[in-house]
Write a protein that binds this ligand. Structure first.
Ligand code: FO1
Length: 330
C-alpha cells in the first residue's frame, strides 16, 4: 500500500513513527514542510525535515521532540563566550553536522531534495522524505508589540518570542512562486491513502498546501484523504497552534480545523452518498473522543483516543486513521 503524508515537525514525526508500526509493509512517502527553514551562522537549518529524519531514523531527542539525542552544546557555549550568534536557537554539536552537510551540498548546487536524500541515506528513516519544494519558502509572522507592527521569521516568533505577541497575520514568503519538489505530485497521484497527520494546520500543513499544485493534487486523488486533528478539546496537544489559528480566522477546535481543511464531498455526516463536491480535502477526519460530536460537512468524522503518549499509542492512532481511510474509500 502506498501512503503519502504531509508532515510538519514533532506531532507528525511521532504519528509517522506509529504509522510505520501500524503498516510495516506500506511504502510511505512523507512530504515535509520547509517553510520553517532558517539560515543561522551561515548554515541552512530545516527543522521539520530534520525532526522527521531524526525521529524516523532513531536519532531524535525524544523528550524535546527536536534535535539529536546524546547531544552536547560546546559550540553553543563557545559562541556565547564570543557573545556571537543567536543564542536563542539551540544548535547542538551533533545537529550542527547535519547543517554543515546540508549547507555545503546546497552551496555545491545540489537541490534540497538531493540533499535530503543524501542525509536520509545515513538515517534510513524507513520512508521516502521529500521536501515540499526545492525553492526557498519562509514563514514570517506579523506581530504587534511595543515596537509596533512588524514581521518576524517564524523561528524567532516560535522560539525567541515563545509565540507570546499576538499573531496578526502569517506570511509565507516565496510560496506563490514555488514549485512542488520532484516526485511530490506523482507520489500524491499514485497514493492509495493520503494522510494529514496532527501537525500545525497553519505553519506546517497549511504551508505545504500553499505550494502551487499540491492542494489541487490532493483534492483530485481517487485515494481516500484522512486527517488527524491536532486539537483535542479546544487545545493543541503540543506546540502553539492556538496562537496561529486565530491569525487565519480559524477556531481552535477539532471542528474548526476540520472545517478549515474542508470535507471533499461524497459523504454527509451520516455517511450517505452525496455527489456534491465541496472543494475540501477530507474524506475522513479523526478526532479525539472528547470531540466526538464534531461534524465536518462532506467528511466522515470518527472519534478515538488521540493522545500520542508513546509509540504504541501513535500506532493505534495510525491504525484508526487507516481503518477510517478504508471506510471512506470513494
Ligand atoms: N525549538 C525550540 O523551542 N528551541 C530551540 O532552541 C530549537 C532549536 C532547534 C534546532 C534545530 C531544529 O531542527 C529544531 C529546533 N527547534 C527548537 C524546534 C523547531 O523550532 C520547531 O520544532 C519547528 O520549527 C516547529 O515545527
Amino acid at each position: 500500500m502506498r501512503i503519502v503524508a504531509l508532515a510538519g515537525g514533532i506531532g507528525a514525526a511521532r504519528f509517522l513513527r506509529g504509522l510505520k508500526v501500524a503498516a510495516p509493509t506500506a511504502e510511505i512517502t512523507v512530504i515535509g514542510n520547509t517553510a520553517d527553514d532558517i539560515t543561522l551562522l551561515g548554515l541552512r537549518v530545516s527543522p521539520d525535515l530534520d525532526t522527521l529524519m531524526y525521529t524516523l531514523g532513531g536519532g531524535i531527542d525524544d523528550t524535546q521532540g527536536w534535535g539529536r539525542d546524546r547531544e552536547s552544546w560546546h559550540v553553543k557555549e563557545e559562541l556565547a563566550a564570543y557573545d556571537y550568534g543567536p543564542s536563542w536557537y539551540g544548535l547542538g554539536d551533533r545537529d550542527l553536522a547535519t547543517h554543515l552537510v546540508r549547507t555545503s551540498l546546497l552551496d555545491a548546487g545540489y537541490s534540497l531534495t538531493e540533499v535530503t536524500a543524501a542525509l536520509c541515506h545515513r538515517w534510513q528513516p524507513g520512508a521516502r522524505l521529500l521536501p515540499m519544494s526545492d525553492d526557498r519558502i519562509e514563514t514570517h509572522i506579523v506581530i504587534e508589540d511595543t515596537q509596533g507592527r512588524r514581521a518576524v521569521h517564524f523561528q524567532e516568533y516560535w522560539v525567541r518570542l515563545r509565540a507570546e505577541p499576538a499573531a496578526r497575520d502569517v506570511v509565507v514568503v516565496g510560496v506563490e512562486d514555488a514549485h512542488p519538489a520532484p516526485g511530490v505530485l506523482d507520489a500524491i497521484g499514485q497514493a492509495d491513502v493520503v494522510l494529514l497527520p496532527p501537525s500545525n494546520p497553519v505553519v506546517s500543513i497549511g504551508t505545504i498546501l500553499a505550494v502551487p499544485g499540491i492542494r489541487a493534487a490532493i483534492t483530485a486523488v481517487d485515494a481516500p484523504v484522512v486527517g488527524v486533528s491536532p486539537i483535542i478539546g479546544g487545545a493543541p496537544v503540543r506546540g502553539m497552534a492556538d496562537k496561529l489559528l486565530p491569525a487565519i480566522g480559524v477556531e481552535t477546535s477539532a471542528v474548526g480545523v476540520g472545517r478549515h481543511y474542508g470535507g471533499r464531498g461524497g459523504h454527509d455526516e451520516q455517511g450517505a452518498h452525496d455527489e456534491q463536491d465541496r472543494g475540501g480535502l477530507l474524506d475522513g477526519w479523526l478526532v479525539d473522543t472528547v470531540d466526538a460530536d464534531a461534524t465536518v460537512p462532506g467528511a466522515i468524522v470518527q472519534a478515538g483516543p488521540l493522545l500520542m503518549t508513546d509509540v504504541p499509542a501513535a500506532a493505534s492512532i495510525a491504525r484508526q486513521a487507516l481503518s477510517l481511510a478504508s471506510a471512506v474509500r470513494r
